[in-house]
Write a protein that binds this ligand. Structure first.
Ligand SMILES: [Cu+2]
Length: 104
C-alpha cells in the first residue's frame, strides 16, 4: 500500500510539473517591451537602434522613437531575452534599459 501511495504521489508531482511547464510555455511566446534609450539625440539614432534590435534573433518587431527616447520591441521569449536586447543596443552605441511591460 505504501508503494502504491508513493507511486500515486510521484504521478501527481509529475503531472503538476508538466502542467506548470505547459503553462509557462504558453506564457513564454511573444513579449512586447519598452526600452528606455536616453542616448538617442538625432534622426539617425533611432534608425541605428531599431536595426540593432531587429537583428537580434527572435525579435519580430522593433521600433524606436527619438522624441520619446525609447524603443518598443516584440520578441520571442524562448529565443532571446531583454538582456540580449539591451546588449544589442549597447553594441550599437546606445545604452538601453527595460522601461515597462504592457500587461504586467
Ligand atoms: Cu544620432
Amino acid at each position: 500500500m505504501k508503494t502504491f501511495v508513493s507511486a500515486q504521489a510521484k504521478k501527481l508531482i509529475l503531472a503538476s510539473i508538466l502542467a506548470f511547464a505547459f503553462t509557462d510555455a504558453a506564457f513564454a511566446a511573444m513579449r512586447t517591451v519598452t526600452l528606455s534609450v536616453p542616448g538617442m539625440y538625432c534622426a539617425v539614432c533611432p534608425i541605428t537602434v531599431r536595426k540593432a534590435l531587429a537583428n537580434v534573433p527572435g525579435v519580430t518587431k522593433a521600433s524606436a522613437s527619438l522624441e520619446k527616447k525609447e524603443a518598443v520591441v516584440t520578441f520571442d521569449d524562448a529565443k532571446t531575452s531583454i538582456r540580449a536586447l539591451e546588449d544589442a543596443t549597447f553594441e550599437a552605441g546606445y545604452e538601453s534599459k527595460l522601461k515597462e511591460e504592457p500587461g504586467k
